[in-house]
Design a binder for this molecule. Structure first.
Ligand code: NOJ
Length: 545
């Protein structure tokens, strides 16, 4: 495959900088910490890093409330640190993808400050969605839209005397006012931000909330069951022009820069429209993550995904988790193994041993599928969700805005354990308290411990990624299903087969010439439950796809 098309089968590691490694010793992860650990990432075998936002931010939503897209938040370092990181990562053969957040800005962004100060009817307010309220005194919200973080999407402004005024729109928290993508300044500014980072050598951008930017300017209510293109603030048809312009810009670079969309859409054909040849290169496929740990639903998701991508000539992506969702080890240890935001609740019974076993099998499954693969930091260590954080340390607006019913996303964002027998486990210098506390039993999950254990999850990930890179058959664009029974996922790609047993009894393996990898120990003949293996097919047998 052409080097320029690296993104078609890349392994991309998501760095949540606050929780990766603390180089400055203040309890918060930072860019210096990442620079010190580039060797670890190269040894893991990843092709690129995606950094969640590292820009100046009041951190009302973990950095997704950007105050200045061209400055690094002082907690993380400086622009020079970011430039050095991009350069040094490349020296390790690792590309960098940065996050861009075009749907909204921080309420501390100069544009929003100016809009508040300038008042109703001003040009400054046109860059956002300010509206008078309904009702006699403007006290009724302009619409009854529901925020992605629960509650309303509108907050009322007040003038300097505290008199209530217009309302402004925020699909997320009030600290994240939505931009008006009808406005030429908004489009020009974001293209300039893209140039700013592309000029610094980043390989591409991950686009936050990519299907939400454009709104129906008449701001109608959401219909009871909106058809394609009918939702007033999701997946609007006009949005595609924005990405066509971004693609033209990305293509002016050599090598062309890559656009990765965060697109949460249930309809796979609407999803695929973002991946037409003149739009985004890839988008996160969240369908698989939402599915329960069962052969039928997973196979259906894989087929649906591959078919939707085939139609537009784009590679699929495989995503088991990220900084927004429950860690797979915890999710797969529950009765309900699929992911949904609505189902996140405190006190769900969990079998972590079972969850880890399944998460390891799932990691072999996704690494064998055609397309690119995303790994969220800490999944390679088999970290579970931390569920017992004290409420006062939870900083996620999802927790606060749900009235404490939703645990929020802090539990998947706990700082990584690197070494030693006690917190902070090498994340920060000894004696420094990390910004979120690490469980004591993570001493068994440190990088140091796992590197010394040939059966550890980290060693499994390293071997998996090394094998994936070394086997040309795993770089093809398709797969062929093998018949292995209703509770088994089995498919071939050239001379390699991947078999995953999701049932409750061991199953015989197809004829093979050797086991390349297995997610759990077994005798080489029957594959135990909740286990995956990669097999070398017999000499002379190739199953071309
Ligand atoms: C998606 C991001 O992944 C999430 O962390 C954030 O809260 C929302 N977009 C809003 O920016």
């Amino acid at each position: 495959m052409a080097e320029q098309e690296w993104w078609r089968s890349a392994v991309i590691y998501e760095v949540y900088p606050r929780s990766f490694s603390d180089g400055s010793g203040d309890g918060v992860g930072d860019l210096a910490g990442v620079r010190e650990r580039l060797g670890y990432l190269a040894d893991l075998g990843v092709d690129a890093l995606w950094f969640t936002p590292w820009y100046r931010s009041p951190m009302a939503d973990g950095g997704y409330d950007v105050q200045d897209y061209r400055t690094i938040d002082p907690a993380f370092g400086t622009l020079a640190d970011a430039e050095a990181l991009v350069r040094e990562a490349l020296e390790h053969g690792i590309r960098t993808i940065v996050d861009v957040v075009p749907n909204h800005v921080s309420s501390e962004h100069p544009w929003f400050r100016d809009a508040l100060a300038a008042g109703p009817g001003s040009p400054e307010r046109q860059r956002f969605w300010f509206r008078p309220g309904r009702g006699e005194h403007g006290e009724v919200l302009p619409t009854t839209w529901v925020s992605n973080f629960a509650g309303t999407t509108w907050t009322r402004t007040a003038d300097e005397h505290g008199r209530p005024g217009e309302w402004y729109l925020h699909l997320f928290s009030p600290e994240q006012p939505d931009l008006n993508w009808e406005h030429p300044d908004v489009r020009a500014e974001h293209e300039d931000v893209l140039r700013f980072w592309f000029d610094r050598g980043v390989a591409g951008v991950r686009i936050d909330s990519a299907a939400l930017l454009v709104k129906d300017p008449t701001l109608p209510e959401v219909p009871p069951s909106p058809g394609p293109g009918e939702h007033p603030h999701e997946d609007r048809d006009d949005l595609h022009d924005v990405y066509r312009a971004w693609r033209r810009l990305a293509d002016t670079y050599s090598p062309p820069r890559v656009l990765v969309g965060e697109v949460w859409l249930a309809d796979s054909s609407r999803f695929a429209r973002y991946l037409r040849p003149d739009e985004l290169h890839t988008a996160f496929n969240f369908d698989l993550m939402a599915r329960p740990w069962a052969a039928g639903p997973l196979r259906e998701s894989i087929d649906l995904t591959l078919a939707a991508h085939r139609d537009v000539g784009a590679p699929a992506t495989w995503v088991l988790s990220n900084h927004d969702v429950t860690r797979p080890v915890t999710r797969y240890g529950r009765v309900d193994t699929g992911f949904s935001f609505a189902a996140k609740r405190f006190g769900t019974p969990t079998d972590l041993d079972l969850g880890l076993r399944r998460a390891r099998a799932a990691s072999l499954l996704v690494a064998a599928l055609p397309g690119s693969l995303y790994i969220y930091q800490g999944d390679e260590l088999g970290l579970p969700e931390v569920e017992d954080l004290p409420d006062e340390l939870r900083s996620d607006p999802m927790h606060a805005r749900s009235g404490g019913v939703d645990p929020g996303r802090d539990g998947c964002r706990v700082p990584l354990p690197w070494s030693g027998d006690a917190a902070p486990f090498g994340f920060s210098p000894d004696g420094v308290q990390p910004w979120l506390p690490q469980p004591e039993d993570w001493k068994a999950l440190t990088v140091e411990r796992q590197l010394a254990d040939p059966d550890s999850t980290l060693v499994l990930y390293r071997r998996t990624l090394r094998t994936r890179r070394a086997e040309p058959d795993l770089h093809s664009a398709d797969l062929r299903w093998l018949d292995a029974g209703p509770d088994v996922l089995a498919f071939a790609r050239g001379g390699i087969a991947c078999v995953v047993n999701l049932g409750s009894a061991a199953v015989p393996l197809p004829a093979h010439d050797g086991v390349l990898l297995a997610s759990a120990a077994f005798d080489g003949s029957a594959l135990p439950p909740d286990t995956a293996a990669w097999l070398r097919l017999p000499e002379g047998v190739r199953i071309d796809t």
